[in-house]
Design a protein around this ligand. Structure first.
Ligand code: FAD
Length: 341
């Protein structure tokens, strides 16, 4: 059989990292990325890009931990290399603070991040409204920079990228042998997934270069995440809201909440507002499916529904999607050699 042609639909962090993993693990395939938007116009561009996992209630914890660990290990190696700045990956230390002691003092990811420990009394004095806290070092992606780095690596590997809106995955069956669906919230319409819903997030990006440590309220709603050039202030979680328009009242509310955690932010300059729709689901849809019409079959691998944690687990889920693509290729090769007998 000739090199199997694989189309990856979607160019957010999930589509690009999945395409890269397919190139790395299935070198005999020819990979193309098709997407109606590329960076800087994807949800992935809006994300804060912090590696702090979000929990998927429908996925076993050991699987989520494996995805996070693979992602952390991959990005940690980049952060320790000469590529770190071009890839937009850096280590960041800080605090997660709670108004009362949480039920789970050791989250499942505590031994994956670096130096996880309870905060000292001296550290807690910085947060008079909070009683308990955890200090650790994790990784942060400067999201548009990381997406461009992934695109560059794909181009260097010979992957073609085309601007195209796909109305139906079946329309690709004449041009491609396997389709990988990484369309994020777009899968709601593309494959009619009613289990997928948007969770709108509004964030501010500000110039405050003196802020070097992250601060996250334990409920995950208010956060201050310093990046390479700007600090991300969040946030909101509005279930089922499809609005991409910034809300000025919300901007003020986010700013006030962040200033109550870090008063020096009152001096922040050049406030930019961004909105994105988290592609949320009880569990990531990471599975094979075979579409079939009139005896013609099209193998599909789905990899979408990463909700609030796509950056935290992207490499782990991309590796699993690439493994599923490998299974599809083996099945195609098996049927093509049987047809020759
Ligand atoms: P997207 O980035 O939306 O990419 C989907 C791609 O598919 C796009 O290129 C789109 O154009 C394309 N597409 C869709 N439909 C079609 C179609 N029919 N035809 C062709 N192309 C199509 N996660 C973290 O881990 N850490 C964080 O700190 C973090 N912060 C966040 C803050 C905010 C405010 C938001 C909104 C999200 C945050 N996230 C965070 C979550 C993270 O952004 C998402 O989980 C992740 O970006 C999802 O990536 P994706 O590639 O699936 O989706």
């Amino acid at each position: 059989m000739a090199a199997p042609k694989v189309a990856v639909v979607g160019a957010g962090v999930i589509g690009l990292s999945t395409a890269l993993c397919i190139v790395e693990t299935c070198p005999s395939s020819s990979v193309t990325v098709l997407s109606d938007q590329f960076s800087p116009n994807t949800t992935s561009d809006v994300a804060a890009g912090m590696l702090i996992p979000h929990t998927y209630p429908g996925t076993p914890i050991h699987v989520q931990k494996q995805w996070f660990k693979e992602t952390f290990t991959y990005l940690f190696a980049i952060s320790n290399s000469a590529e770190a700045s071009e890839a937009g990956i850096h280590l960041v230390s800080g605090w997660q603070v709670f108004k009362s002691t949480p039920k789970e003092e050791l989250p499942f990811w505590s031994d994956v991040v670096l130096g996880f420990r309870p905060m000292s009394e001296a550290e807690l004095q910085k947060f008079p409204q909070h009683q308990f806290g955890q200090a650790f070092t994790t990784l942060k992606c400067d999201c548009p920079t990381y997406l461009l780095w992934l695109e560059k690596r794909l181009k260097a590997a010979g992957v073609q990228m085309y601007n195209r809106k796909v109305a139906d995955l079946w329309e690709l069956h004449r041009e491609y042998d396997i389709v990988v669906n990484c369309t994020g919230i777009g899968a709601h319409q593309l494959v009619g997934d009613k289990k997928l819903f948007p969770v709108r997030g509004q964030v501010l990006q500000v110039h405050a270069p003196w802020v070097k440590n992250f601060i996250r309220d334990g409920d995950g709603l208010t956060y201050i995440y310093p990046g390479i050039h700007r600090v991300t202030l969040g946030g909101t979680r509005e279930k089922e809201s499809w609005s991409l328009s910034p809300d000025p009242g919300t901007t003020k509310d986010i700013f006030d909440r962040c200033c109550s955690l870090e008063a020096s932010l009152q001096e922040a300059q050049d406030i930019k507002v961004k909105v994105g729709l988290r592609p949320s689901r009880q569990c990531v849809r990471l599975q094979r499916e075979v579409l079939s019409q009139g005896g013609v079959k099209l193998p599909v691998v789905h990899n979408y529904g990463h909700g609030a944690g796509g950056f935290s687990v992207h490499r782990g889920t991309a590796k699993e999607a690439a493994r599923l693509v490998g299974e599809c290729i083996a099945a195609l090769q098996g049927s093509s050699s049987r047809a020759k007998l």
